[in-house]
Design a protein around this ligand. Structure first.
Ligand SMILES: [Cu+2]
Length: 344
């Protein structure tokens, strides 16, 4: 009897298997980059990747921003509900609920996230040094979670040894200190998983005297392992690949811009922020108003953050992106659009 002809190529795998075995990482790289018109070497994308591209694009060129808009997130600050305590101290009260929530990290690419208040990153908690913070945490998710705040506080307010079970709540109370750019995130084991799933946010403690007036933007660098292989297929600031390239951030000529930049990327030890056509003042952790380094690139380890300040002299479009080229090509890429000043 004649043996049926096997459909094999030089990989030794049947075509169907080969199709599945194509790295999602490479696939999304070509798909996402193509969607935004990045220069991608045609020779680097094999025939199968091209063929499968529509599966991931799903005919869409942008994510649905009705649930989470990275542009809105940049300048959204949660100052809490304020009241004055008998001792004259300002109290700020916040409500944070952990939920399981699907998020869209690139057009048609979804990630089953765990969130604070339904978004990744969670709300930016902002206060002034010395304020009393009261954070009402409710766990509506399917796993135990906590909120671990960076900064100075009592041991039982550290969100580490008191896992909050699904359906339960916990109140974190402490005085905000020290001033600077901090983070909050879940600290339940396995920590890598709880962080990577999206349970983190920015925590800004303003100095009592304030910082100079500026256009302020929060940028948390993150990544998403969409196929559970222990590496990220998507990189971004504020979760959506290439969002700020598709939707450039308008700034004004000579306007002071302050970026609160933090690294919440899992699986990769380092991430970075690189600015084109300019230099910036780098205030590491934002805990000192006077000492800075003038540079155009900062590398941040996991959990590190920096306050970055700059003004543009020249008009036009300037890129900002990870200087790890692979991260930039997988989504961590944005554009500042410098326009003529309407400032007095
Ligand atoms: Cu958790």
């Amino acid at each position: 009897m004649k043996k049926p002809k096997e459909n094999k190529d030089d990989s030794g795998l049947p075509a169907e298997q080969k199709e599945v075995s194509v790295s999602r990482r490479r696939l999304i790289k070509s798909s996402v980059a193509g969607a935004v018109g990045l220069a991608t070497s045609a020779g680097a994308i094999n025939r199968r990747e091209k063929k499968m591209k529509p599966v991931l694009d799903m005919g869409r060129t942008d994510v649905d921003t009705s649930k989470f808009d990275p542009t809105t997130y940049l300048t959204s600050f949660d100052y809490g509900t304020t009241s004055t305590l008998p001792n004259g101290q300002t109290q700020r009260e916040y409500s944070i609920t952990a939920t399981d929530q699907e998020i869209e990290v690139a057009p048609g690419v979804y990630f089953n996230a765990w969130t604070y208040n339904g978004t990744v990153p969670g709300p930016t908690i902002r206060c002034t040094e010395g304020d009393r913070l009261k954070v009402n945490f409710f766990n509506a998710g399917s796993h135990p979670h906590t909120i671990h705040f960076h900064g100075i506080h009592a041991a039982d307010m550290d969100g580490v040894f008191e896992p909050v079970q699904p359906g339960e709540s916990f109140i974190y109370e402490f005085d905000a200190a020290p001033m600077g750019f901090h983070l909050y995130h879940c600290h339940t084991r396995p920590l890598k998983r709880h962080l990577h799933k999206g349970l983190y946010g920015a925590f800004i403690i303003d100095p009592a005297e304030g910082r100079p007036e500026a256009k302020e933007l929060v940028m948390l660098m993150n990544g998403f392992d969409t196929n559970f292989d222990g590496e990220n297929e998507i990189y971004a600031v504020n979760s959506v690949a290439f969002h700020y390239e598709k939707h450039p951030i308008d700034i004004q000529q000579k306007e002071l811009v302050r970026v609160y930049c933090g690294n919440l990327t899992e699986f990769d030890l380092l991430n970075s922020f690189h600015l084109h056509g300019n230099m910036f003042k780098l205030y590491r952790t934002g805990t000192n108003l006077n000492h800075y380094e003038l540079t155009d690139t900062v590398m941040l380890c996991q959990g590190e953050r920096a306050v970055i300040e700059f003004t543009y002299e020249h008009l036009g479009k300037f890129m900002f992106h990870a200087h790890q080229s692979e991260f930039a090509e997988l989504g961590w890429m944005g554009v500042f659009n410098v326009k003529e000043s309407t400032l007095a």
